[in-house]
Design a protein around this ligand. Structure first.
Ligand code: FE
Length: 201
């Protein structure tokens, strides 16, 4: 059973002007597809051929881990954005954010500062530890919080391929614009579902 590139939850041009169709065509159509293709080559005719992405993420390393995690991370990232965003987190998630970070504004400030300061290629995450406690964490390259038993609620891709077509080297401009298309409904659902893991991919 081969891994497949999951469908995008919106059209390629739906996130414009924040993220262009050209970026989606390369980021989703080329980069994400390549991780899927690499993963299928790596697991073919091995004991991992029927493993889930999460099993691969939590039990492998090297190229197998990198490609499995990048497939998961990108699927998750696409779902963290929407062409029809709500203004801000609400309900239990909003309460947890206030408890963890002091205010919604402080949460935004800290998340975007973490993302701006994530050296090199990687991901910035909002995670929960399973007890409903929130934290912001950076990972490098393909690394995913699932390996530390943390549940991802939100992620931002800060690899240059995520923003270089639209923002060149201005990562901070990408991050500010990206914040306005976060799908808080998705994040809230993740928080409500935790500690169950997302079946991404
Ligand atoms: Fe990416």
């Amino acid at each position: 059973m081969a891994f497949e590139l999951p469908a995008l939850p919106y059209a390629a041009d739906a996130l414009e002007p924040v993220i262009s169709a050209e970026t989606i065509q390369f980021h989703y159509g080329k980069h994400h597809q390549a991780y899927v293709d690499n993963l299928n080559r790596l697991v073919a005719d091995t004991d991992h051929a029927d493993s889930s992405l999460e099993d691969l993420i939590t039990s492998t390393e090297g190229a197998l881990f990198n490609n499995a995690a990048q497939v998961w991370n990108h699927t998750f990232y696409w779902h963290c954005m929407t062409p029809r965003p709500s203004d801000a987190p609400s309900g239990a998630l909003a309460d947890a954010i206030s408890a963890a970070f002091g205010s919604q504004d402080e949460f935004k400030t800290r998340f975007l500062a973490a993302a701006a300061g994530n050296f090199g290629s990687g991901w910035t995450w909002l995670v929960t530890d399973g007890d409903g406690k929130l934290a912001i964490t950076n990972t490098s390259n393909a690394e995913n919080p699932l390996t530390q038993a943390l549940q991802p609620l939100l992620t931002c891709d800060v690899w240059e391929h995520a923003y270089y077509v639209d923002y060149r080297n201005a990562r901070a401009k990408y991050l500010e614009a990206w914040w306005d298309i976060v799908d808080w409904t998705f994040v809230e659902a993740r928080f409500g579902d935790q500690p169950e893991r997302l079946k991404a991919g």
